[in-house]
Design a protein around this ligand. Structure first.
Ligand SMILES: *Cc1c(COP(=O)(O)O)cnc(C)c1O
Length: 217
C-alpha cells in the first residue's frame, strides 16, 4: 500500500522482520508465511534464537541482519552469525568485522548508520564524516558496502518524517558522485515506513506492525 502511494514497485522494497524480544516460534511462524529476512538487536538473544530455530527447523534458510549498535568486543560473533550489519558507524568496528568474517562465508553486507537527527542522537556517523568512512569500508576485503541506514528521531506527521529520510537519500547520491555506488537505504520502522518508502527506502525494518507490541524495547 505504501509503495502504491509512493508510486513504487512493491518488489523494490524488502521487508526486514524485526523479531527482537519475540521467540523462535514467532520466527518460524513468519517463515511459514514466506518471510526470510529477520532483524535482531541483542546479540545473545539473537544467537540463542538462531540456534533454537535451527534445531526445530533445520530446513529453513533464513537471512539474519544485526540491526543493533555494535560494540567492539561483540564484532566476532556478529561477523560469524549474520549476513548483514546495519549499524556500522566507525572505522574500527568495520575493520574488525572484516578481519573476523569467516572466509568460507560471503562478504558481510554493511550499511553505515548515519546520524540524520543532529544533536538529538548520539549514534551514527555524521553526514560530514560519512564519505571518509564509506571510502574505507568500501576497500575492506570481507565486507560489502550496501548502503546507508538511519533511525531518525520520532516525528508525528508525514512531512516531518520525510525530511531525515530525504537527507539519507541525498547522502547516498553524494557517495555515488564520488564513485561509491550502493543499492540499499535501510530506513523506516512501524510508525514511519510510509514516509521512508516515499523517500526511497529499499529495506524497511518492521517489528511491532508484524509481531505486535513488545514488553521491552
Ligand atoms: C526495534 C527496531 C526496529 C523495529 O521497530 P518497530 O517500531 O517495532 O517497527 C527497527 N529498527 C531498529 C534499529 C530497531 O531497533
Amino acid at each position: 500500500m505504501a509503495t502504491a502511494q509512493a508510486g513504487r514497485d512493491p518488489a523494490s522494497v524488502s521487508l526486514l522482520a524485526v523479531s527482537k524480544t519475540f521467540g523462535p516460534e514467532a520466527v518460524i511462524e513468519a517463515a511459514g508465511a514466506g518471510q526470510t529476512a529477520f532483524g535482531e538487536n541483542y546479540l545473545q538473544e539473537a544467537i540463542d534464537k538462531q540456534q533454537a530455530v535451527h534445531t526445530v527447523r533445520p530446513d529453513l534458510v533464513l537471512e539474519w541482519h544485526f540491526i543493533g549498535p555494535i560494540q567492539s568486543n561483540k564484532t566476532r560473533p556478529i561477523a560469524e552469525n549474520f549476513a548483514w550489519a546495519h549499524a556500522v558507524d566507525r572505522e574500527k568496528i568495520a575493520r574488525r568485522l572484516s578481519e573476523q568474517r569467516p572466509t568460507n562465508l560471503p562478504a558481510l553486507n554493511i550499511c553505515l548508520q548515519v546520524n540524520v537527527s543532529g544533536e538529538a542522537s548520539k549514534s551514527g556517523v555524521s553526514p560530514e564524516d560519512l564519505p571518509a568512512l564509506a571510502q574505507v569500508v568500501a576497500t575492506l576485503p570481507n565486507l560489502r558496502l550496501r548502503g546507508l541506514m538511519a533511525i531518525p528521531e520520532p516525528a508525528a506527521d508525514f512531512e516531518s518524517q520525510r525530511k531525515p529520510f530525504a537527507l539519507l537519500r541525498t547522502l547516498q547520491q553524494q557517495l555515488a558522485a564520488i564513485g561509491i555506488i550502493t543499492d540499499t537505504l535501510s530506513m523506516g520502522m512501524s510508525t514511519d515506513m510510509a514516509a521512508a518508502i516515499a523517500e526511497g527506502a529499499t529495506i524497511v525494518r518492521i517489528g511491532t506492525a508484524i509481531f505486535g507490541k513488545r514488553d521491552y524495547v
